[in-house]
Design a protein around this ligand. Structure first.
Ligand SMILES: C[S@@+](CC[C@H](N)C(=O)[O-])C[C@H]1O[C@@H](n2cnc3c(N)ncnc32)[C@H](O)[C@@H]1O
Length: 713
């Protein structure tokens, strides 16, 4: 049911006449489809927080008995009282939004706390392990959590700091690939599309706040939601330029009785100040045409003979002129003057020096015209920007090409350089500066993007022991997508909040290895257990939140081990990973990467712990992440009243401010000084005493209240 139908049902229960009238109006409105995307704001999403201790006042669900595989009761209850004296702690809970009051006594162990959108949550992070092979490089972080909550927490740590977001959300295919409010959304669900849109809209609105103006968001999708997603992105991302890329990911094709589908899509949403980086490969055409054996890449020159429309001689009389060439040396001498329309060209024209005239003759042997006027042409000849091709007997004409205006601009801005001129013909050798050359196209067709071979099979190698993840992306497809937007940004921060098996982090590590970059990724994924495995776990008496349940979840069972294996070059069982990486840089997978990664799980603190100031350790990782996820972390409140790590400092005892400020001035890599005080005046005084290069950030004394977020406004 949608939010509106829900509300109408409640109105009807209170006042049936009013409810009926409301329903009539709603139906009339619903039948008028607005032009564009039209979806209902769904009953707010709710998320179960299995690890969170149950307290008085919490919103909860009652779990089915252990061992049961029945669908859980979805009603929400409020905890009125907890009887801690009894052996099995019991709670009195009251049904929320009920017509008549209903209360029951339930064992606390059979309750799970629920956060609905608009409820306040206090997220914290707990480290569950790290891998260090990257020296002083920043850490890649992996966060096990509900991504909406993590995105909210990232608005504190990374507002306007992310260079690239790459997401591969659930495709809403009707299969068990996605849950809304704790239930799989099936093909039959009438609100399937609007639930998905509401779910995506909330997350994209928050994610947008994290992007730099020069940042880019990439969202992959398949045919189930591509049209709706396109409209949603347009609606949300005002000021962005959105392009849709078609990627062949399954060359064999899936037929399903109709056309054979081979592709999926990626929307590239370029922020207002973003720029893209050309590569050696445009990802569609064959690579042979421009990169030569000498290692240089050369731009394609433009044909001088006008083609397409307005290409006949009569269309531009003044662009019909002879080009004089020396047939022996193949040097272009000069052009002109133009031949008036009423005069016929002489194809055997020769001058005293033996130069011959070349006329614009089209493929169908009619007279055409050149693409430049005489003066511009002669100017370009002088610069060496016109080249002679081969003689075409049929047309009795020579091929001619020149550097287009766009390419000449690229010489001015340094993208192209003139290496020299041919001593005989005088034609310039124009090459791309560096290796970066070709603009990536909007259709990609590369064997390296095959999701079977370089997604499923590749991930299997890293996990070993038969572990598998459904439908990971091809590592090389993600690498190619990210290369377009972070190639020239060696310190880029890349976020993936539907990270699944962690392909994005793996691709970022490969990009770093290719150019010595220090990019970092932030990967967020929940710890869902695959639908096919859940029944067996439930039958064995397990529930979400139990350690034996959680260890089979995606984040703990797949994402973290895969990223650790990529870095160490060893499977979770300690075996060297077999095989070599392919394509852009090929080397044994067992070499791993010189990178660092740390794994976290998001926690939800109860407000009472927050009030009592018990939670510094839970926010310590957030402070470290805000300062760049690098160097030492301050994990405990410093006994001396202050501490200064590599990238940030923490002042807790304001009476020690002088010593703290001296220490911050002595640490050149410091970016942030966190100052814990509820007193604004004292905060300002410390801020004034800090070096200019250090950003002062105030924290409230009840630490977690700095990170109080409501789910949706
Ligand atoms: C299609 S997969 C991504 C696959 C990934 N690109 C790869 O190459 O492995 C989407 C992932 O998002 C996760 N997910 C779905 N809803 C989520 C949510 N609300 N919060 C966090 N993760 C979520 C799912 O568990 C799933 O692993």
């Amino acid at each position: 049911m949608s939010r509106l139908t829900d509300l109408i049902a409640r109105a009807k229960a209170r006042d049936s006449a009013l409810g009926d009238e409301l329903e009539r109006e709603f139906k009339a409105l619903a039948s008028r489809r607005a032009f564009g995307l039209n979806f209902e704001r769904h009953r707010p999403e709710s998320v179960e927080l299995p690890g969170r201790p149950v307290r008085r006042g919490d919103k909860v669900r009652i779990l089915p008995p252990r061992g049961s595989v029945q669908r859980a009761d979805q009603r929400l209850w409020r905890v009125k009282r907890i009887d801690s004296k009894s052996k099995a702690r019991m709670a009195l809970v009251e049904l929320i939004d009920a017509e008549a009051p209903e209360t029951v006594d339930v064992a606390v162990a059979d309750l799970v706390v629920v956060a609905e959108f608009r409820d306040y949550i206090y997220p914290g992070l707990v480290s569950t392990g790290r891998v260090e092979r990257g020296g002083d490089k920043p850490f890649h972080t992996v966060i096990n959590g509900e991504n909406f909550h993590v995105l909210e927490a990232l608005t504190y740590t990374h507002r306007g700091k992310i260079d690239a977001i790459y997401i591969d959300p659930p495709y809403n295919s009707g299969a068990s690939d996605w849950k809304y409010n704790n239930n799989y959304v099936g093909e039959e669900d009438l609100y399937r599309h609007s639930k998905w849109l509401a779910f995506m809209e909330r997350r994209l609105l928050t994610a947008k706040q994290l992007l730099k103006p020069s940042g880019t968001l990439i969202v992959t999708i398949d045919e189930h939601e591509v049209r709706r997603l396109g409209l949603l992105l347009e609606q949300i991302l005002e000021g962005f330029t959105i392009q849709q890329v078609t990627i062949v990911i399954n060359p064999k094709g899936v037929t399903q009785g109709y056309l054979s589908r081979v592709e999926e899509y990626a929307f590239f949403c370029f922020g207002p100040d973003s720029k893209i980086f050309a590569g050696d490969d445009d990802l569609l055409t064959t690579k042979d045409s421009t990169t030569s054996d000498d290692g240089y890449s050369r731009p394609r020159w433009k044909g001088l003979l006008r083609s397409g429309d307005e290409a006949e001689r009569k269309d531009r009389e003044q662009m019909f002129y002879p080009v004089w060439i020396n047939p022996k040396t193949k040097r272009i001498v000069k052009a002109g003057p133009y031949l008036p329309l009423e005069q016929e060209p002489d194809f055997s024209l020769k001058d005293a020096d033996g130069n011959v005239a070349v006329w614009p003759v089209r493929k169908d042997l009619t007279l055409g015209r050149w693409g430049l006027g005489v003066d511009t042409f002669n100017d370009l000849v002088e610069k060496g920007f016109v080249a002679l091709g081969s003689f075409d007997k049929k047309r009795r004409s020579w091929g001619l090409s020149y550097l287009s205006e766009q390419l000449r601009k690229e010489i001015d801005d340094g993208t192209l350089v003139v290496l020299g001129k041919d001593p005989v013909t005088g034609v310039a050798d124009v090459v791309y500066e560096g290796a970066a050359t070709r603009k990536v196209r909007t259709v990609w067709h590369r064997t390296s993007h095959d999701a079977g071979a370089y997604g499923t099979d590749l991930v299997g190698k890293f996990l070993g022991n038969g572990r598998a993840f459904p439908f990971p992306k091809s590592l090389y497809a993600v690498e190619d997508a990210l290369r377009v937007i972070v190639r020239g940004k060696p310190d880029a921060v890349v976020l993936d909040f539907f990270s699944g098996s962690g392909t994005t982090a793996h691709a970022v590590m490969r990009l770093n290895r290719q150019d010595g970059g220090r990019r970092q990724s932030i990967c967020v994924t929940n710890n869902e257990v695959r639908a096919s495995e859940q029944t067996a776990l439930r039958e064995a008496g397990l529930r979400p939140g139990d350690p034996d349940w959680e260890k089979s979840g995606i984040c703990d069972y797949i994402t973290k081990p895969r990223i650790a294996a990529a870095i160490t070059g060893k499977t979770p069982e300690g075996k060297n990973i077999e095989g070599d990486y392919r394509f852009t840089n090929e080397f044994p997978m067992a070499e791993g990467f010189e990178e660092n990664a740390e794994f976290f799980t998001m926690t939800y603190e109860a407000p009472v712990a927050v009030r009592h100031n018990l939670a510094f350790q839970r926010i310590a990782p957030l402070l470290w992440m805000r300062a760049g996820s690098e160097g030492r972390r301050i994990d405990d409140l410093p006994a001396a009243g202050w501490d200064v790590a590599d990238t940030y400092g923490l002042l807790v005892d304001l009476d020690r401010a002088a010593a703290f400020c001296d220490a911050t001035a002595a640490q050149p890599t410091l970016r942030i000084a966190y100052v814990v005080t509820d007193d604004d005046r004292r905060f300002q005084a410390v801020a004034r005493a800090l070096p200019d290069s250090v950003e002062p950030v105030r924290l409230y004394e009840s630490y977690l209240s700095n990170f109080r977020f409501s789910m949706g406004r």
